[in-house]
Ligand binder design. Structure first.
Ligand code: SAM
Ligand code: SF4
Length: 329
C-alpha cells in the first residue's frame, strides 16, 4: 500500500536515489568543467546506509527506485547496491539512468542482475556533436552496449537527450531519431533544458522550448498516450508506422507538477521533495543502524507535509540545485 501522500493528494511510489555525485563526463549543461570533489565533503551513502534506506522505503510502499547520479556506474559496488534493492519486498521495479560510458563492458551484468530498465543519455547520434556536448568520444561504445543488451533480450531501454538550440534541434536530428527508434524498437525522449544554479549562461544560449519537437510529432502523425501511475514525467507519443515511442519531458509546462509521483534522495542521504525545491532534510543520522527504522519512517512521513505544489521554475527559482549531478537528475 502506498503510504507516501502529500497535502495535494499526490502519492509517491517512485524514488530517485542518487548514489554518487561523481561523473566522468563534462556535459555543457551539467558539469562543463567536470566533477570536482569539494574539500572536507562527507562521503556518499555506503551500502549499509543504502540498505537501511531502501528497507524503510519498501515499508512505505515504494515500488520503483531509479538509481542515478552523477554517473552511478562509476561506483565499484554498483551491482551490489542493485542486488540489495532488488531483494526488498515491495520494490518490483529497479531502473537506472546512465551516460553509458562503459555500457558495452557491463551490458551482460546488467542483464544478469535483472535490472528492470535503463535510461541512457545520448544527446546526439552524430559522434562529433556527442563529443562536443559531453566532452567524450563514447557514442560508439554506448551504441554497442545497446546492441549487446538487445541481443540478450533486454527490452526496457529508453534514450534521453537534452534538447539544445542549434545543437540537436533540427528536423534532420528528429528524423535521425525517428529512424533509429523504429529500427531498434526503442523509446526516445527529449528533455527540455532546465536552468540550474550554475548554468544560467548556458541556459540562455541553448534553451529552446520543447514545443518545436511537439510540433514535429504532430506534423508527422504521432499521437500522445496516457501515463501509468509510477511512470516518469514524460508525455509519450506513438505512431502506427513506428516500433518505437517518442516522449517529451517539459518541466516548464503548465501541469508538469500535477502528476509528480517521485521524491529524491541525494548521494549524501538528503531527502529532496522536489528537483528544484529548497526543502530537504538529511536522513543520514537515521541510516546508521537498522534499529532506527521507526524514527526514519516518521521523519520521511513528516517531511512530505512540506512538499510544495509546484517547483516555480518558470519564475527562475532554481532552488538549492547547482547542477543536476548534485541531486540525481
Ligand atoms: N549521468 C547520468 C546521465 O547523464 O544519464 C545520470 C545523471 S544525469 C544528471 C540525469 C539526466 O539529467 C540526464 O539525462 C541528463 O541529460 C539530464 N540533465 C542534466 N542536466 C540537465 C539540465 N540542466 N536540463 C535538463 N536535463 C538535464
Ligand atoms: Fe555526468 Fe550525467 Fe551530468 Fe552529463 S548529465 S555531466 S553524464 S551527471
Amino acid at each position: 500500500m502506498e503510504k507516501l501522500r502529500d497535502n495535494f493528494g499526490r502519492s509517491f511510489p517512485y524514488i530517485r536515489l542518487s548514489i554518487t555525485d561523481v561523473c566522468n563526463f563534462k556535459c555543457g549543461y551539467c558539469l562543463p568543467n567536470g566533477y570536482f570533489k569539494p574539500s572536507n565533503a562527507p562521503g556518499f551513502l555506503d551500502i549499509s546506509e543504502i540498505n537501511n534506506l531502501v528497507d524503510a522505503l519498501s515499508d512505505l510502499g515504494v515500488s520503483k527506485i531509479r538509481i542515478t547520479g552523477g554517473e552511478p556506474t562509476v561506483r565499484k559496488d554498483f551491482f551490489d547496491i542493485i542486488k540489495i534493492i532488488k531483494n526488498k519486498k515491495n520494490i518490483h521495479n529497479v531502473v537506472i539512468t546512465t551516460n553509458g560510458y562503459k555500457l558495452n563492458k557491463i551490458a551482460e551484468q546488467i542483464v544478469d542482475t535483472k535490472i528492470n530498465g535503463i535510461n541512457i543519455s545520448i544527446d546526439s547520434l552524430n559522434s562529433q556533436t556527442f563529443k562536443e556536448v559531453t566532452g567524450h568520444d563514447k557514442l560508439k561504445q554506448i551504441l554497442e552496449g545497446i546492441d549487446i543488451l538487445q541481443s540478450k533480450g533486454f527490452t526496457n531501454i529508453k534514450i534521453n537527450a537534452v534538447l539544445l538550440k542549434g545543437v540537436n534541434d533540427t528536423e534532420r536530428d528528429f528524423d535521425a531519431w525517428s529512424d533509429f527508434i523504429n529500427k531498434k524498437k526503442i523509446d526516445f525522449r527529449y528533455i527540455e533544458l532546465m536552468q540550474t544554479g550554475d548554468n544560467l549562461n548556458y541556459f540562455n544560449k541553448y534553451h529552446v522550448p520543447s514545443k518545436i519537437f511537439k510540433d514535429y510529432l504532430i506534423k508527422n502523425k504521432w499521437n500522445s498516450i496516457d501515463r501509468v501511475s509510477d511512470a516518469g514525467p514524460s508525455i509519450n507519443y506513438v505512431n502506427p508506422s513506428s516500433k518505437g515511442k517518442f516522449g517529451i519531458i517539459a518541466p516548464y509546462s503548465k501541469d508538469f507538477c500535477k502528476s509528480c509521483n517521485r521524491l529524491r534522495v541525494t548521494a549524501k542521504g538528503e531527502l529532496r521533495l522536489c528537483l528544484f525545491g529548497n526543502t530537504g532534510v538529511s536522513l543520514r543520522p537515521l541510516l546508521k543502524d537498522a534499529s532506527q527504522k521507526k524514527e526514519l519512517l516518521n521523519l520521511i512521513l513528516t517531511q512530505l507535509r512540506f512538499k510544495k505544489e509546484s517547483h516555480y521554475l518558470e519564475l527562475g527559482d532554481t532552488g538549492a540545485t547547482p547542477h543536476l549531478a548534485s541531486i540525481g537528475g
